[in-house]
Ligand binder design. Sequence first.
Ligand SMILES: C[S@@+](CC[C@H](N)C(=O)[O-])C[C@H]1O[C@@H](n2cnc3c(N)ncnc32)[C@H](O)[C@@H]1O
Length: 273
Amino acid sequence: MPEGISVLTEELTLGLGPLEIHHPRGTFALTPASLTAVEAIGRNQDRFRGLGLDWGSGSGVLAIAAARIGDVEEVVGLELEPANVRVARINAERNGVGDKARFLVADSYTPKSPSGRAALAALEGRVDFIVANPPSSSPADDGFGFRREVVRGAGRFLKTGGILALSVSWQYGTSRVMGLLDLDPTLDYAGVLASTAWVPFDMSRPDLLTDVEGYAAEEERGGLPYAFRHPDHPGRDLTAIQARDHYRATGASPLSRWQSHLFVRARCRNGQG
Ligand SMILES: C[S@@+](CC[C@H](N)C(=O)[O-])C[C@H]1O[C@@H](n2cnc3c(N)ncnc32)[C@H](O)[C@@H]1O
């Protein structure tokens, strides 16, 4: 595969057709979490329709994948880095959805330009789905801060019955995932949309090494524990401290699963739809 281009076959997109995503140096290159989130969209196409948001759209793959679904009218990608927004626009054109996927430079749900802010304000309460594969927020906190940010803002945009497909890998643990419901009483948890098998949480990747070190520091501060699987004993759980120490001693990465979780806005808030 040429450097800076990811080709997703029809088998991988599960009926969304092949995708060719360009991510030149300085833009977001697809990761296993990106591919799992695409699988979540492809596997659950009947749940995606109408208007959508892609929080942290990177080089655009999730917005573009969702825009390939016939019942989806438009997807708006929100992305902090202007270079990512530029390449996402080109990727949308290249993949035949330039008229359905558009991208705004935004800090979370706040676009940088006045016209972007007006466009997003017009979507409040009208959005059918949000897809989000947020970055880890460590080492400043427990790594889960951007997921909380996505959930806190989602209620402003999702209509009742609207869905949030949120990428959360297994090691964050059930209590962090369920804790998201405390942030928005209109949301219900509806299970896992897509998951890999147990795979190495590849600590030779500098970003994942930083993540595990951040998680271990959070455990040392008394935060909620994380849960990896032992690379040689797949039945045995490891905390982040144990995963970090095992990697330092042996060079073996712990195991986790890349997953996308489904939340549904089941109730209206303050009498609004
Ligand atoms: C893990 S990447 C996912 C990219 C893409 N959705 C995918 O799955 O391949 C997360 C993206 O969120 C963007 N991001 C980080 N902080 C953000 C913020 N505050 N607001 C919007 N986007 C943000 C990053 O620049 C990055 O492109």
